[in-house]
Ligand binder design. Structure first.
Ligand code: SF4
Length: 320
């Protein structure tokens, strides 16, 4: 049994009808996404902005209420928990946010920030919590003597270290890291990515790592899932996907990254913008921009299916 299994997850946002008694309208931000995550594994989630990757991440840690689907963690459906039961469960799954400036309470010292999850999810007494806060700070490379300071007294990289310590305070089974380095200086990005990798080896948590930078994702992820307009279009082991992408959309994404572009291949420039998730195109959602579009693509939605001869690879395209 996988640590985490997400089945057919949907997140639709209702919009007011265009006219009185008109049909209901929805923005289909996530539209039937399924995947598994193992303990100690990192799944990279990539796609252009607006493809639904952040909504998917927020939904699996229950910061959004999914419209339907299942999120099975250690055999239990997280969507069946509400109120207090959900609050108790939250220790098992945590999120690291993109913006280390906005995700910490400016009025709380670092000690209080890190003590909060311990108060909620453990029976530790005051001394035990103080000891644990000190260990957490050391774990992320911060001096525990700085615990009585406030977030504004730290640099961006240090604040993201605090965010990581807070997420790992109660030993979660998995974390969702939503663009955790994109707001940081390039010089500190590698240090934060390496820290996450080291902590994962030590603590064996599963991680969903969301990013638009494919080079970072290829470095940290074991597998990569590519999303387009609310759907997963390709999943494969990270190096396999970067070396030999099967889906035309993944091929275009990769061709835009100079370091990852397959030798001898030209950059594929996609025409037009990502269509609105309010009214996605018929058939394959990528068809209006796909350089390999065939007549069937406009009518029939391709299913995600295993790629023959490529273990662990799945792709949703009529060419496969
Ligand atoms: Fe392109 Fe057709 Fe494949 Fe969609 S199904 S990615 S339109 S070839």
């Amino acid at each position: 049994m996988s640590l985490l299994e997400v089945r057919e997850l949907k997140k639709y946002y209702p919009l007011p009808p265009e006219r009185l008694f008109g049909p209901k309208r929805f923005v289909k931000a996530v539209d039937g996404v399924s995947f598994t995550l193992e303990r100690g594994e990192t799944l990279g989630l990539v796609g252009e902005s607006g493809c639904g990757k952040s909504t998917l991440g927020r939904s699996i840690v229950r910061l959004e209420d999914p419209s339907s689907g299942e999120i099975i963690l250690n055999g239990e459906n997280l969507l069946s928990f509400r109120g207090n039961a959900l609050r108790k469960k939250r220790g098992s799954f945590q999120m690291i946010f993109q913006d280390p400036y906005g995700s910490l309470n400016p009025r709380m010292t670092i000690f209080s920030t890190l003590e909060e999850p311990l108060l909620l999810h453990t029976d530790l007494d005051r001394n035990g919590r103080a000891e644990q806060v000190s260990k957490l700070m050391q774990m992320v490379g911060l001096d525990p003597k700085l615990a009585d300071r406030y977030p504004h007294q730290f640099s961006g990289g240090q604040r993201q270290r605090i965010g990581i310590a807070r997420a790992l305070a109660v030993d979660p089974d998995f974390i969702v890291a939503d663009e955790p380095v994109s707001a940081l200086d390039v010089s500190v990005q590698a240090a934060i990515v390496n820290l996450l990798e080291d902590l994962q080896k030590e603590r064996n948590f599963g991680m969903v790592f969301i990013a638009h930078d494919l080079a970072v994702v290829e470095h940290i992820a074991d597998r990569i899932m590519v999303m387009y307009l609310g759907k997963a279009v390709e999943v494969a082991p990270a190096q396999q996907l970067c070396r030999d992408p099967k889906h035309p959309y993944t091929q275009a994404l990769l061709s835009a990254v100079p370091g990852l572009r397959t030798e001898g291949k030209e950059r594929i420039v996609l025409q037009g913008d990502v269509p609105s998730p309010l009214n996605p195109p018929s058939g394959c959602r990528f068809h209006p921009r796909c350089p390999k579009c065939m007549p069937v693509c406009k009518e029939k939605e391709p299913e995600m299916k295993p790629v023959p001869g490529c273990p662990g690879c799945s792709c949703a395209c009529h060419l496969i």
